[in-house]
Ligand binder design. Sequence first.
Ligand SMILES: C[S@@+](CC[C@H](N)C(=O)[O-])C[C@H]1O[C@@H](n2cnc3c(N)ncnc32)[C@H](O)[C@@H]1O
Length: 299
Amino acid sequence: MRAAARKNMTDPQRNTDPEHVPVMPKEVLELLQCKPGGIFVDATIGLGGHAREILERIQPGGQLIGIDRDKESLEKVEGLLKPFAGSLRLLHENYKNLPLILNNLAGKPVDGILLDLGVSSYQLLSPERGFSFQSDVMLDMRMDRTQQWTAADLVNKLSEAELADLIYRYGEERLSRRVFKVRGHQGIHPATRTFQALRIAVNEELEGLDEFLTEAFGFLKSGGRMVVIAFHSLEDRIVKKAFRRLAGQCVCDAPPELCTCPRQALANLVTPRPMTPGPEELAANPRARSARLRSLERI
Ligand SMILES: C[S@@+](CC[C@H](N)C(=O)[O-])C[C@H]1O[C@@H](n2cnc3c(N)ncnc32)[C@H](O)[C@@H]1O
């Protein structure tokens, strides 16, 4: 790590605003192995907590492609990362379009891809975005506000049985059939898991994640790395399975003699088990508590 970057990581003036604190920054940066001239993708740039650290390490000559589906976040991060404007390409996109984006940007292989999933502190802490049950506002929960349907639409249009199923599936909520009784009392929260379920459904957070990981992996250079931080077990399970499959491991439930997994190792698992935040980070940033970080390297 270069001296300037090392100093910045420990600078007490830095990253104290809760909107800007990245999760597991030290681990992410060590795993990505950023170097001058490197080409990286931050597929969920948010307010650029990780991106800033990456940008500092890829100078001179590096490029960072920063993607977010939240236009407001992108406008903010553009201002925050102005000093790096020459090395940063910002795109208002769904990261699931990354293969298309990279093909359009000359199709060069990249050194690393970061995916820090879920909702940002900025989104969570903006009451008008309707992500938090601590604000008495309409349920919105759209990460991309150009999208038409909101969480309020879901709550009001689905049948009770459909809502209960959704909460059971995405919130892993065993009491889901009782939860919808609070329907109509916007701002009164039934449970954190219920909010999680609605958010996952409105933003279609799990759809296409597996395919994305496999396709995006194809754009890594040999020796290039992917780092993914997931914040709930449904997401982490998809990441774990996709990474194991790319590493040539069995991911089916069949007995060994019936297994048809391809078993062709295209990658090495850098983290055979997920990494989690240490006690120091958790004390400073309790929002990091459910983070699970996984990384793999293309052979
Ligand atoms: C946890 S935050 C990322 C924080 C960022 N790493 C930082 O250090 O500031 C997740 C971000 O990903 C964005 N996001 C979530 N799903 C997305 C998707 N499918 N496509 C693009 N961006 C997405 C959200 O809008 C949010 O800004």
